[in-house]
Design a protein around this ligand. Structure first.
Ligand code: SF4
Ligand code: ZN
Ligand code: ZN
Length: 303
């Protein structure tokens, strides 16, 4: 199969019936990134914190943002969270640090063990008492909290996360399955409030396999493992179903996103007033944020 330019193709975009050579694919990824990134209005003198996990998505995100930073004149800081997942996070954090060093980007690390006195692996003890406890529920809440803290610490104006197009489609489906209209309304609409920094997702229009191809073609350092607790994650199941459907019916994911875009204007605005958590100051709709509430539940297993 050949690319439009005549060179040998490395990727076939089945839903469009179009093939790409390495050069044309990289150009396309960079174009989609730039188009989305411009919408956020990042300007000279701003600071962008980039959530860096060591995986391919955040590796591509950091490399594209670091390039843009050189052109526009904003500062980039890599925000790394160590959740304490043995046999997985250590390796990915090493890759993350190497990549940031290669790109000349400063790193800030937030470790659950140091700051919260527990590691995600310790949740196994809670699971033994209550089977309904899920690793990912706790991990997700604390990870978000940690990234907000890191972003605030470095005085960031924006917090960039490496969600790709597939992640966005999965989020739409997850919100449908959970019947969560409020979260659905918030999906494409991350506004900053007094104590939160605007979350931006510059890869949200780039499919996962194209992000992966870009990382390989650009020879970026990344860690390719899967978290040992991901069996506990509904997102992974939704991902597998969507991939199966896409395989059988190319264009399925694009249609889910089109559906979301068509209905998003009709989704209700967030009505709850947001305030500061009385314990940690993070933004929340309750008296105390979920991270503080969860930390209390974890007291018996804290070291
Ligand atoms: Fe955390 Fe779950 Fe992701 Fe593992 S799969 S890193 S436990 S959210
Ligand atoms: Zn080409
Ligand atoms: Zn709190």
């Amino acid at each position: 199969m050949e690319c439009n330019c005549g060179k040998k193709a490395v990727l076939h975009r089945r839903y469009e019936g179009r093939a790409f050579c390495g050069d044309c694919l990289c150009r396309d990824v960079e174009k989609k990134f730039s188009k989305e990134f411009k919408k956020y209005g990042v300007k000279k003198g701003d600071t962008v914190a980039v959530g860096l996990s060591g995986g391919k998505d955040s590796a591509v995100l950091l490399s594209l943002i670091a390039k843009e930073a050189g052109r526009v004149g904003f500062e980039t800081v890599a925000a790394i969270v160590d959740e304490g997942i043995s046999g997985y996070r250590n390796e990915s954090i090493e890759k993350a640090k190497e990549l940031a060093k290669q790109m000349g980007v400063r790193c800030e690390v937030f470790s659950f063990s140091d700051k919260f006195s527990f590691a995600v692996d310790d949740i196994e003890k809670l699971k033994q008492e209550n089977k309904k406890v899920k690793f990912c529920t706790y991990c997700g809440v604390f990870r978000r909290h940690a990234l907000n803290k890191l972003a605030r610490k470095v005085g960031a104006d924006f917090l960039a996360i490496g969600h790709n197009f597939d992640d966005e489609v999965q989020s739409v489906m997850l919100n449908v399955i959970r019947g969560d209209v409020t979260k659905m309304a918030r999906l494409g609409n991350h506004k900053e409030t007094k104590n939160t920094i605007r979350r931006i997702k510059p890869l949200r229009n780039i499919p996962e396999r194209e992000v992966a191809a870009y990382a390989l073609l650009k020879k970026l350092q990344y860690h390719d493992g899967e978290c040992p607790h991901s069996f506990d994650n509904m997102r992974r199941d939704v991902r597998d179903v969507l991939n199966e459907l896409e395989n059988k019916y190319p264009g399925t994911k694009q249609q889910v996103m089109r559906f979301y875009e068509k209905i998003s204007a009709a989704l209700p605005e967030e009505k709850k007033s947001m305030k500061e958590c009385i314990s940690c100051g993070d933004i929340t709709s309750q008296e105390r944020c979920r991270a503080c509430e969860f930390l209390e539940r974890l007291n018996p297993i804290k070291k």
